[in-house]
Ligand binder design. Sequence first.
Ligand SMILES: Nc1ncnc2c1ncn2[C@@H]1O[C@H](COP(=O)(O)OP(=O)(O)OP(=O)(O)O)[C@@H](O)[C@H]1O
Ligand SMILES: [Zn+2]
Length: 738
Amino acid sequence: MQAARILVDGQSDLVLDYGIPPEAGDVKPGCRVQVPLRNRTATGTVLTLSEPAPAWKDRLKPILKLIDPEPLISPVMMNLASWAADYYSVALDQMIRCLLPETVRQENTAEKMRKMVYLEKTPAREELDALYRKAPRQAQMLDYFSSAKQQSAPLAAFGAGALNVARSLEAKGFISLKEEAVHRDPSTGEQFVPTQPMKLNSQQQKALEEITAMCAAERKKPVLLQGVTGSGKTEVYLQAVSQIVKSGKSALIMVPEISLTPQTVQRFKSRFAELPSSVAVLHSLLSDGERFDEWHAIRSGKARIVIGPRSAVFAPLQNLGLVIVDEEHDASYKQESSPRYHGRDLAVLRAHLENCAVLLGSATPSLESIHNALIGKYSLVKLTERADGQQLPLIRILDMKTEGRNKSGPNVISERLRMSIDRRLDKGEQVILLLNRRGFARSIQCPDCGHVVTCLHCSLPLTYHRTEDRLMCHLCGFKALPPRSCPECRSANILLQGYGTQKVEELLRRTFPAARITRVDADVARRKNAVRTILNQFRAHKIDILLGTQMIAKGLDFPNVTLVGVLNADLGLHIPDPRAGERTFQLLTQVAGRAGRGDLSGEVIIQTFTPQSPSLQYARHHDTDGFAAQELEMRRTFDLPPFTHIAVLTIRSQHESMAEFATQTLAARLRGMLPPPATMTDPMPAPIPRAHGQFRFQITVKGPSARILSRTLRKLVQEAGLGEDLTAVIDVDAMSFM
Ligand SMILES: Nc1ncnc2c1ncn2[C@@H]1O[C@H](COP(=O)(O)OP(=O)(O)OP(=O)(O)O)[C@@H](O)[C@H]1O
Ligand SMILES: [Zn+2]
């Protein structure tokens, strides 16, 4: 009897061997099975098959039943899962859970069925008239088909009691009733007008040819498409995908966040509108039913184009021909909870395992990707001009130390910016204002003694929410009344410092009373479809000024926007993160790219207290290469990514001394385990030392091989056998250090 190693659902890393009895059928890796577990039955997924050691042969419990005749997980995806589990130090079952969503794994989730009425025989006029006299509802049902010129309709369309009516008609042979599976399509109700491919300019043409060549090549390299904002990257994606689909293969398009990139989704849905339901959109707001249906539509090949955020890298596409990662630098590709995988990195790996082409696109690629291009691992294609032939917008940097002061202290909107906004509004043009919310905007700081009001449970500064008139912690949700005076020095000026989108909105309304102003921030984005509705209104010019946080910086295309103002460019620079400069550069370049995308030329005004910072200066000159060169030089000097890998081990506990002691003990052991040239820091409190009521201490390790760092930390934690009050978190290739 062969044995199968099975990942049993429900318990972390419970991997058990079972025997495969002949009656179980063709059990393969990636199949789900039913197995006995103590006194109950459990479900599980087959990881590997093996010949059991002779001594074990008779002691293995047998598999009860094979659930899927064909494996739900392809061998390539099994491979990807094991690789990721090892690389990111998570249990294999966690990765399998990403591959098979809960609703797909549960055997009992069924397709949604509905009753359909099919017309079998069209009644003659006299028959219908007679029916109208005897049984008017039956007549109406039949009449529906002739007037609607349809052969079928859902029973539910005929209202209550329709089942009896339909049964009578079925008995008379006019119609038949059938059960059908409904596809729960998340975009039902939306209309997509088909679009035609555009004639590519020569740079776009070259980019497309490079991708086509890579698709055909025996040995493939990822293609990095570095194209300035508005250079027509999306059109290149569309035509590349079109080629792939025509050749009978499937394509995966990854985007940072669906709710923030509605235009990209719309453009794909429209371009491929002629292929019904061929574009599947995955995102976190899908209902279980929708997710189940989309998953099976993708797996069966009904949907051969998939758009989704980082988790879409696990979509069960067959015969994959191309993977596209749009805005590949975006931080949201890294999952910040377990499993802490990087969607872009797994996309590159998946493409490698499937031997298909992969395209990474961005106006401001990550330094990791630029580095890979420079050393020849990636093939680099550039789009240096806007597709519409427009100039890139003129960027002006305003030093708020001199420009922004008035009697009461620093101003939110400088006089220069105010005048520019006025001018644009007078001409009937539109304005985007960005409030950089990385870092601690909206926090309450006493202007007299410098005291910052922080959360009682986390050390994070509390932020002020106008509508509720409360201070809130964005980590744990703690709420408090704003103090009337400074708890430290009793100064009454306490509320003056710091400002959030709500406060700026209020101020804007006062400054520009005639303008129509709308705010988009995380609070607004939580409401389903709110962002999309606002963006549609903005496009229709029902809004003059759009005020928002970094979420409005992404991939939006509004031809009538001629001015973009960045209110506080440097906030994100002053945080403990080696990528702070890179993120600020990317944010400014992206948001500047929203200006002047139509026939009107654009202008960008950046307000800052640190005008000399390289992130700002290079952004001002649209100089991605220049920024990358100097930033890479700095990273090399300080041995930071992409020249090394960083992993962070965080130990959390409700008890501060326990966490600190455990971290010190681990650090001492780690010193003896970490193979050179890897290095480590001393244990330290995390930049946010307390979150969700837990104290957090960190050790940061650095080294040329992420896998060695990961395996060493994993071994360390496993051997230490931490007690119940302690949690260890390993974050490989960490992107956030808070
Ligand atoms: N070959 C072309 N000829 C004419 N117009 C084009 C062409 N390609 C793209 N465009 C238009 O140029 C505009 C910008 O293109 P697109 O949004 O694809 O750029 P992008 O590089 O994806 O921009 P971003 O990085 O800012 O999201 C769009 O309105 C698009 O319709
Ligand atoms: Zn808190």
